[in-house]
Design a protein around this ligand. Structure first.
Ligand code: N2P
Length: 340
């Protein structure tokens, strides 16, 4: 009898706590926020956050297109913001709830993917590079071509990300990462098919852990994620290939189907508080567009050229672009590669 009494009490307690509590459903990249920020927001705004993650833009898009209607906040990269706007998937942001926008510099607003910053605000930015075990890789790592070296067969991991993987091939071939010439795509596809013979795996989230465990020696990934393991193993180094790389800005956006748009705005606004932005950078090692956060970011991070881009890398790198109808052609080539 006592037992039932306890169960009933526990039930009443749990349901009582949840009463009137709003829920915010977030869909973000894996390893891309300081969890403490989520807990602090829940406390301050008396709400509950459900946090779901994705490994690439296309996965997030497919899930939303398939009718996943529960998300209040998503974090697409610039080119994906453009695709989602065209698809009519994003709600306009309510700027009256975003007073911390004052912390953003003009250069970070009105970008080509959303010319009036109606649907998106920048969250964090970074770029792609190669993480490697310096005790195992005996060659100089300064070019994407190291990923074609048969000496490292089965020790190479590339991002499970169509555009990022094609970007490697395009850079090696001397084309733009946004190339849309079908002949070049064929060349890139063949290069990647050849590369696949020495590839261990296309993997995004676990790539860095494979570096740490020694399952991989060369890992193509975003630098913040790579930094998350550098601390744990000093033989892990990061190299930015001399051909240039892919730079990205990920953004906060609210899907039209969001159930709790006001709470989503409050969260976006919260992320733009300088102390919160700094906390995030110190944890996940990506750069923040909130300049007022800089004094609170560790010296080691803000002076690190693999986190805060140098002009030299920036000038030879490109952001991915919305390729419009050509995306479908690229996707076909990508699924041929994946299925081989
Ligand atoms: C975070 C991934 C960075 C996002 N783990 C790349 N756009």
């Amino acid at each position: 009898m006592k037992k039932y009494y306890f169960v009933l009490l526990a039930f009443l307690f749990i349901s009582g706590c949840g009463k009137n509590q709003e829920v915010l459903n977030i869909y973000n990249w894996a390893d891309y926020v300081d969890e403490q920020i989520l807990r602090d927001f829940e406390k301050e705004f008396n709400c509950k956050i459900n946090y779901d993650t994705f490994a690439n833009n296309e996965e997030m898009l497919a899930k939303l297109q398939a009718g996943a209607a529960g998300y209040d906040l998503v974090f697409p990269t610039g080119y994906m913001v453009s695709m989602m706007i065209k698809d009519g998937m994003l709600a306009e942001l309510d700027k009256s709830l975003l007073d911390n926008m004052k912390n953003l510099d003009e250069k970070d607003l009105d970008r080509n993917w959303d010319p009036e910053s109606k649907y998106s605000l920048p969250y964090m930015y970074g770029f792609t590079a190669i993480g490697y075990k310096s005790d195992k890789v005996t060659d100089v790592v300064d070019s994407w071509t190291i990923l074609q070296n048969p000496k490292y067969k089965s020790k190479i991991v590339l991002l499970d990300d169509m555009n990022e993987v094609f970007a490697i091939a395009f850079k090696i071939l001397g084309y733009s990462v946004n190339d849309t010439d079908p002949k070049h795509l064929e060349e890139a596809k063949n290069l990647l098919l050849e590369q696949k013979k020495i590839l261990k795996k296309y993997e995004t989230t676990m790539g860095k852990d494979m570096l740490l465990s020694g399952d991989a020696y060369l890992v193509h990934n975003w630098t913040g994620d790579l930094f998350q393991v550098v601390d744990q193993d000093s033989t892990i180094k990061i190299a930015v290939p001399k051909e240039g790389t892919v730079i990205f800005v990920d953004n906060t956006c609210v899907p039209k189907t969001a159930q709790n748009k006001v709470l989503a705005m409050k969260f976006i606004n919260y992320l733009m508080r300088p102390e919160i932005a700094a906390k995030n950078v110190n944890k996940v090692f990506y750069a923040s567009p909130i300049d007022a956060a800089l004094p609170m970011i560790s010296e080691e991070i803000k002076n690190n050229p693999n986190i805060y881009l140098t002009k030299e890398v920036y000038d030879k790198s490109e952001a991915l672009a919305d390729l419009g109808e050509y995306t479908a052609i690229k996707e076909k080539a990508w699924s041929e590669i994946k299925s081989k």
